[in-house]
Design a protein around this ligand. Structure first.
Ligand code: ADP
Ligand code: ZN
Ligand code: ZN
Length: 734
């Protein structure tokens, strides 16, 4: 039988079944321990081959069969194969990426689940009202009481992202205990708190009702819907009602959200509304939590999986609906390392293969998605603003050349902030750069603090007293003097920290909060920041893209975009699309209940066509014009791209390798090769990067070309001692 292992090999290996077993006794999709050279590896059976190219005498035997039932059912196996083929990536690595680490290391797929329950001492203590407890402990205790007889760790983790400390404290008091129950028993729906009766289901607007009806009418057949509506227009409400209908039919639901969109509020909303077992999967979870969530999904005790990118591979028997929220978000595309898949695109493939409906939701659909709508492959479902919502916010440009600016804030912007604060509105200031300033400059000799490992400047982080590289993570102490001539240095330009400082000077009495990766490195900080905005405790919010994702801030009446210009002149053909999405997404945070919001965009190029189109025609108008430009240039979605990236310690190594790879390219009249060229930032983390772009009008010829070419590329990489990666449908081609 044929087995793949987690290794960068585009091969599978043939093995004999262990003594006393026939090959067909070991189902496809099961894990086996196999000898590989002198070591042992864990592989997955992918085929029952009747014949092998290896002579029977030379075939080795499987050491051990780990699973009695396959980890992946036939449909998931089909998706994994499709992924490996389409992204030209070794199947063994694709399978490994789809599994929690513990399963890659051989943990049982069905083992007993760690569960928690309240002890009789705990019951007694609650009855007595004894002991003052920390709020987190109290909440956990209440949850476990409601979840009687017990809740699995996965269920607890889905409700309380940071719960281990509280559990430990309660356990030390003897109020709760940890036990192992069989997965299904532990996480069965009976073990779940009943649906909160206080959770009313709003009456749907006409457009929402039509959307739910259209999706439900599909039943179990493939159809892709694009649910387009501004933030707050009620998309999540549509997902929830579709999910309820799906669950009522005995089917399960997969919902994918962007990396930053998976907030505790959203998890809560799904949990409270759906009232069935739910597993949450995201990158911030521990290995044990991921394993528990995976098992709960596979055993069918979690009927809903809510997760980020890699959850597209979650095992879900009887899947009936897939939802991708904020489908335009770039975090759905794996960008660094491993198989560079798009979870959004794979979700559509999964829906096609399984014949079920998929809903792609966004206020600003990706151009690929708009193109699929144009071609009739997807169906449009629009959600106009609901009657009880305020009008769309008013967008205006502020010409930076015409007004004085104070540390990057122009006078009209400062005036507007003052006006909105006086009217008790909250103000949101967006700047696409964290840290204090992007540059540290010597005022005497012009020296600029550089990263030693990258072609990049170091960013000043004043709060940490550091210079940091945002590309390789290098950090050093913030120098007081120029490292070349010893004269005074000064930070130039703005980042979130500096804008925060400026606004605190201008509005010393207004509570302000900063939201970026430094102020909210984990879910816990993010939750507390979001809470202080929602409660109105913070009047001014300064933040990066993190403020554009997934949060509703109904008290915000003014949104300011400080540096739109970065995206206007990029060499990346997707930069304009990304900038327009960001502006529309940030603008979507403005608009109080019943009062019209205001959005100010600072720019030095108010006449730039992109900004003009966006203001005049909104996202649709902008996208229409931008898509026409893409069609003329034959860029995606009107052509297909793949990018071969290479890196080496020397500057010539990567370029030489790519030139050699190009020279060995098989003849393919419908495929064009562009390059090689050095990457826009050639040196990164001490390595030199270069790239070769592969382009074709059609998908078929492109993929046939890559299939023929890749073995040559692999050989050349070995002789040239370079690292390379193939990126199919790259998002970033700089
Ligand atoms: P989106 O996902 O598009 O941002 P949500 O579904 O989260 O929008 O809806 C925004 C807010 O409006 C939520 O508080 C939600 O409960 C509420 N809401 C959604 N649909 C309705 C409706 N039909 N009637 C009343 N409130 C609604
Ligand atoms: Zn100097
Ligand atoms: Zn660096």
């Amino acid at each position: 039988m044929r087995v793949v292992i987690d290794a960068p090999l585009r091969l599978s290996f043939d093995y004999l079944p262990p003594a006393g077993m026939a090959g067909h006794d070991i189902p496809i999709g099961s894990r086996v321990r196999v000898p590989v050279g002198r070591r042992e590896a864990i592989g997955v059976v992918v085929e029952h081959a009747a014949h092998s190219s290896v002579s029977p005498a030379a075939l080795k035997m499987v050491h051990e069969v780990i699973d009695t039932a396959p980890l992946f059912d036939a449909s998931l196996m089909q998706l994994l194969r499709w992924t490996a083929d389409y992204y030209h990536h070794p199947l063994g690595e694709v399978i490994a990426a789809a599994l929690p680490k513990a399963l890659r290391q051989g943990a049982s797929a069905t083992a007993l689940a760690e569960c928690w329950r309240v002890t009789s001492a705990g019951q007694q203590a609650i009855a007595d009202g004894a002991g003052r407890r920390a709020p987190k402990q109290q909440a956990l205790l209440a949850f476990l009481v409601a979840a009687a007889p017990a809740a699995s760790s996965a269920q607890v983790a889905a409700r309380f992202p940071q719960w281990r400390d509280a559990a430990r404290a309660l356990r030390q008091r003897g109020w709760i205990e940890c036990l192992e129950l069989a997965g299904a028993e532990a996480a069965g729906p009976s073990a779940l708190p009943p649906r909160d009766a206080a959770e009313p289901r709003p009456a749907l607007s006409e457009a929402q009702g039509a959307a739910v009806a259209a999706i439900a009418a599909i039943g179990l057949d493939y159809a892709a819907f694009v649910l387009q509506g501004a933030t707050g227009s009620g998309k999540t409400e549509v997902y929830l009602q579709c999910a309820e209908l799906t669950i009522a039919r005995g089917r399960s639901v997969l919902a994918l959200v962007p990396e930053i969109g998976l907030t505790p509020q959203l998890v809560d909303r799904f949990r409270r509304r759906l009232g069935v077992g739910m597993a949450v999967l995201h990158s911030g979870m521990s290995d044990a939590e991921r394993l528990a969530a995976w098992r709960a999904a596979r055993l069918g005790s979690a009927r809903v999986v809510l997760g980020t990118r890699s959850a597209v591979f979650a095992p879900l028997p009887d899947l009936g609906l897939i939802v991708v929220d904020e489908e335009h978000d770039s975090s759905f595309k794996q960008q660094d390392g491993g198989c560079r898949y798009s979870a959004r695109d794979l979700a559509v493939v999964r829906a096609q293969q399984n014949r079920l409906p998929i809903v792609l939701g966004s206020a600003t659909p990706a151009f690929e998605t708009l193109h699929n709508l144009d071609r009739g492959r997807y169906r449009a479902l629009g959600l106009p603003r609901r009657a009880d919502q305020s009008e769309a916010p008013r967008l205006a440009l502020v010409d930076l050349r015409a007004h004085a600016a104070h540390h990057g804030l122009s006078t009209p912007v400062i005036d507007a902030i003052r006006r909105h604060l006086a009217a008790r509105g909250q103000v949101l200031v967006f700047i696409n750069r964290r840290g204090y300033a992007p540059t540290l400059l010597c005022t005497a000799c012009g020296w600029i603090a550089p990263c030693r490992a990258c072609d990049a400047r170091l960013t000043v982080h004043r709060s940490g007293g550091q210079l940091r590289c945002h590309h390789c993570g290098a950090a050093e102490a913030l120098p007081a003097h120029c490292l070349r001539c010893g004269f005074a240095v000064k930070p130039v330009g703005q980042g979130t920290e500096r804008v925060e400082e400026t606004l605190r000077e201008l509005f010393p009495l207004e509570p302000l909060i900063r939201l970026d990766r430094d102020s909210a490195p984990r879910a816990r900080e993010l939750e507390s920041i979001v809470h202080s905005v929602l409660s109105g405790a913070a009047r001014i919010v300064v933040g990066t893209q993190m403020i554009t994702k997934g949060h509703h801030f109904p008290g915000v009446s003014l949104v300011v975009v400080l540096n739109a210009d970065q995206g206007l002149f990029s060499t990346d053909f997707r930069a304009a699309e990304r900038l327009a999405q960001t502006i529309v997404q940030v603008a979507g945070r403005a608009g109080r209940e019943r009062t019209r919001g205001e959005v100010l965009i600072q720019t030095e190029y108010p006449e730039h066509p992109l900004l003009q189109r966006l203001l005049a025609g909104g996202y649709e108008g902008f996208a229409g014009a931008a898509l026409a430009e893409r069609a003329a240039a034959r860029w995606p979605p009107f052509g297909r791209l793949a990018l071969l990236r290479a890196s080496s310690p020397s500057s010539q190594g990567a370029l030489d390798f790519l030139a050699a790879a190009r020279a060995r390219a098989p003849a393919a009249p419908l495929v064009r090769l562009l390059g090689p060229v050095a990457a826009a930032m050639a040196r990164r983390a001490g390595r030199q990067y270069a790239q070769l772009l592969i382009e074709s009008a059609e998908r078929g010829p492109l993929h046939r070309f890559i299939d023929d070419w890749l073995p040559q590329v692999q050989d050349l990489a070995r002789t040239h001692r370079v690292r390379y990666a193939l990126d199919v449908d790259p998002l970033d081609i700089q």
